[in-house]
Design a binder for this molecule. Structure first.
Ligand code: PXL
Length: 270
């Protein structure tokens, strides 16, 4: 019998299908792994109100019950966290990682949905910084989240990204990827990887039109899939960058508001 490789996401539901657990489970499948999910929040988007996001957290005790179910089968090969929704849910995630001695842990410190620039829930962001970063094999903040976690505020240059990565590493994450993505000016999408001693700059041409809703979640899920399959952190990040670029190239316009990535893009292109 083939050896089953297990992956887990603790994250929210994006009803529009591009981000959240939907992105994670689709990506885990593309990586040939068996995906588990513990649902933390339900996010809806309102077409009658400019695609306004509503976030409904699930009771932390129900998140804990889901994790009890999942870990009844033993540890997983790699896991990630995404949108967590409350300080209590962050604590539940912390406990599950510790109790089950999880070693391949990707923390995507989701603070906002795309296009919004205020931290959704500042207490949860602090809890992620204090409780989850010390457990992270890799943390994957976008430019905005890296500014918040590092305390540097708005980041606008490659040098800013490197400094943020260094400061976030000091908070306990063993590896840091600051996703500049298309947010930095110029025609390149730039991410900075820092492993505590060396920086690697990943650079690809920006893709137009950018159907990139869910790109962040997909990137972190792809790193998780790579780690589960035994890649080194550096290899997992490099492959995830290719995987998410293909997902963006194959994205589509869902409606006038949003264009999700297509998680099967990497496979289609091969
Ligand atoms: O892209 C951030 C994100 C994460 N998780 C969920 C989301 C979103 C943005 O829409 O809905 C569940």
């Amino acid at each position: 019998m083939t050896q089953i490789i297990k992956t887990l996401t603790i994250a929210g539901s994006d009803s529009s299908g591009g981000a959240g657990i939907q992105a994670d489970l689709k990506t885990f499948e593309e990586y040939g792994t068996y995906g588990f999910s513990a649902l933390t929040t339900i996010v809806t988007m309102d077409p009658d109100n400019g695609w306004h996001h509503n976030v409904y957290p699930i009771d932390a005790s129900i998140v804990a019950e889901q994790l009890k179910t999942i870990f009844a089968g033993g540890p997983v090969n790699a896991m990630k966290t995404g949108m967590l929704g409350s300080v209590e849910i962050v604590r539940v995630a912390e406990q599950a990682i510790k109790e089950n001695l999880q070693t391949n842990v990707v923390i995507d410190p989701v603070m906002v949905c795309k296009g919004e620039d205020e931290v959704l829930n500042p207490d949860s962001a602090e809890a992620i910084r204090d409780l989850l970063l010390p457990l992270a094999t890799v943390v994957t903040p976008n430019l905005f989240e890296a500014g918040v976690l590092s305390g540097l505020g708005k980041l606008s240059t490659l040098e800013d990204m490197k400094e943020a990565a260094r400061l976030i590493h000091k908070l306990g994450a063993r590896n840091v990827v600051v996703k500049g993505g298309k947010a930095l000016g110029g025609d390149q999408a730039i991410d900075v990887f820092f492993d505590g001693s060396e920086y690697t700059v990943f650079q690809t041409a920006k893709i137009e039109p950018a159907h990139n809703h869910g790109a962040g979640c997909t990137f972190a899920a792809a790193i998780t899939g790579g780690l589960a399959n035994g890649l080194s952190v550096h290899e997992a990040v490099a492959k995830a960058k290719d995987f998410v670029s293909a997902a963006i190239r194959n994205g589509f316009a869902f409606n006038e508001y949003v264009g999700p990535v297509f998680h099967g893009g990497y496979r289609l292109e091969r």
